[in-house]
Design a binder for this molecule. Structure first.
Ligand code: GCO
Length: 395
C-alpha cells in the first residue's frame, strides 16, 4: 500500500538551500579557519583558497536557485570581513552583504541570514575566542553592527551549531586537537554561547521584524538495547542542552544528516561494513530528518522549526535524490504528526569546502568547476524545485 504523503508548497513554505561564507566565498584570510588551514601540521586536507568564489558569483548562485523554483537561501555573514580588526567596521563589507540580501529579495527569494557559521575573526580567536573575558560583548557588538543591513530580513540564525563548536573546543582543550567526532563538549563554552545567543536574540527582536533562533546539529541518538540511560547521558550535553536553550526562541534550526547509536558503555557503536556510507564516511540514513524533527519538537516543547541543513555527500546525484526523498517523507510524516515546520533548506546549494575534508565530499545541488568556477546544476536542483512547486515526491 502506498502511503499518501503531502508536503507544503512554495511560497507559503520556505523551500531552498543553505551555504556558509567560509565554505563558498573564497579568500577568507582574516579568519581563524584560514589560519588553521595554513598552520604547520594542519589537520585540513587542503586550503579553502578561492573556495567557489561565491563572494563574487553570488548573483548567479541566487539566480540558479530561484530559476529552479526555490524561494529561500540561507547564507552567512562573515564576521572576519565585517570587523577585520577589533572595533574596526568595514562599511564596504556590510554593503556587500546587503547586496546579497537585495539580490535575494529581487529574485523573490527569502534570505535566511546566519551571523556566525563556525569561523571567527583572527583577532577574536587570538584573544581567547569564546573564553575571552568580554567575548559575549564583542559578539553582541558585531550583531548590533549587522542589524544595520537587516531591513526586510525576517529569519536570522545567531550561531550555527554551537553544540559542534563546544565539542570541538572540548576536544582541543584536552589536547586531542581535531579529534572532533563527538568529543565530550566543553560545557563552559556551551554556556557562554548560550549567553551570547540570548544577547543576540534580544538585539534582533528589538528590530521588530526579525525572528531569531540558532541551529543545532541533530545526531538522532539511538540507544542500543539496554542503553537508554547511557544514551540520555550522552545526548544531554551534546544536543539536548542546546534545544532547551531554543525553547525561548522564535524558531529552531534543525540540521540533520545521520544517526548515532549509543552502546551500554556510553560510547557510539561503530556501524558494520554492510552499511552504505557517504563521502563523509557517514551512514546513509535518510530517516534521520523525520526523527530529528520529532525529537526537536519534543525537547523544545513545540518551537517552530526550520530545517536549516539536510543533505548527503555523494558523487551520485541519483543517491542525493533518493536520500532527499526519504528525508522529505520523514518530514511529511513528522508534520502530519503535529510538528510545526516552516521550511526546508537543503545542504548545500553548491559543492563547497567541507572543512577538514577539503573539497572532496560533494554535498551540492550545483557542481562547480574548481578552475573556472563554472556552475553546473545537477538534476537534483530541478528535482527539488519541482517538489517545492508541487508538494509531491516523484517516483
Ligand atoms: C556543519 C555545517 C556545515 C557542514 C555540513 C556538512 O554542521 O558542519 O553547518 O558547515 O558543511 O554540516 O558536514
Amino acid at each position: 500500500m502506498t502511503e499518501q504523503l503531502t508536503l507544503p508548497t512554495a511560497p507559503g513554505f520556505l523551500w531552498g538551500a543553505s551555504t556558509a561564507a567560509h565554505q563558498i566565498e573564497g579568500g577568507n584570510v582574516n579568519s581563524d579557519w584560514w589560519a588553521k588551514e595554513h598552520a604547520a601540521g594542519t589537520p585540513c586536507a587542503e586550503s579553502s583558497g578561492d573556495a567557489v568564489d561565491s563572494y563574487h558569483r553570488y548573483p548567479e548562485d541566487v539566480r540558479l536557485l530561484a530559476d529552479a523554483g526555490l524561494n529561500a537561501y540561507r547564507f552567512s555573514v562573515e564576521w572576519a570581513r565585517v570587523e577585520p580588526a577589533e572595533g574596526e567596521i568595514s562599511r564596504a563589507q556590510l554593503a556587500h552583504y546587503r547586496r546579497v540580501i537585495d539580490t535575494c529579495l529581487a529574485a523573490g527569494v527569502t534570505p535566511v541570514v546566519t551571523l556566525l557559521h563556525f569561523t571567527l575573526p583572527r583577532w577574536f580567536a587570538e584573544r581567547g575566542g569564546w573564553f575571552a573575558r568580554d567575548a559575549v560583548d564583542a559578539y553582541a557588538r558585531y550583531v548590533e553592527t549587522v542589524t544595520s543591513i537587516l531591513d526586510d530580513v525576517r529569519h536570522v540564525v545567531t550561531i550555527n551549531e554551537p553544540n559542534i563548536t563546544s565539542m570541538m573546543l572540548g576536544a582541543s582543550r584536552r589536547s586531542t586537537l581535531d579529534a572532533v567526532g563527538l568529543a565530550a563538549p566543553d560545557e563552559a563554552a556551551s554556556e557562554i554561547q548560550a549567553t551570547a545567543h540570548r544577547r543576540a536574540v534580544e538585539v534582533l527582536r528589538g528590530l521588530g521584524h526579525v525572528r531569531a533562533g540558532w541551529t543545532v546539529a541533530n545526531q538522532v541518538f539511538q540507544a542500543a538495547p539496554g542503553a537508554e540511560a547511557a544514551r540520555d547521558a550522552y545526548a544531554y550535553p551534546r544536543e539536548d542542552y542546546f534545544l532547551e536553550v531554543a525553547r525561548d526562541d522564535d524558531f529552531v534550526g534543525v540540521q540533520s544528516y545521520l544517526r548515532t547509536i549509543i552502546g551500554p558503555d556510553g560510547e557510539p557503536v561503530p556501524f558494520g561494513d554492510d552499511v552504505e556510507r557517504t563521502l563523509t564516511g557517514w551512514e546513509y540514513y535518510p530517516q534521520a530528518l523525520g526523527e530529528a524533527l520529532e525529537y526537536t519538537h519534543r525537547l523544545t516543547g513545540g518551537v517552530p522549526m526550520l530545517v536549516t541543513e539536510n543533505g548527503v555527500a555523494t558523487a551520485d546525484d541519483d543517491r542525493r535524490i533518493d536520500y532527499t526523498t526519504g528525508a522529505l517523507e520523514g518530514m511529511a510524516r513528522a508534520m502530519s504528526g503535529g510538528c510545526r515546520v516552516e521550511g526546508y533548506l537543503h545542504w548545500s546549494l553548491l559543492d563547497n569546502y567541507e572543512w577538514m575534508s577539503g573539497f572532496a565530499p560533494t554535498f551540492g545541488l550545483i557542481a562547480v568547476d574548481r578552475t573556472t568556477f563554472e556552475r553546473t546544476p545537477k538534476p537534483s536542483l530541478a528535482w527539488l524545485g519541482k517538489v517545492a512547486r508541487t508538494g509531491e515526491l516523484p517516483g
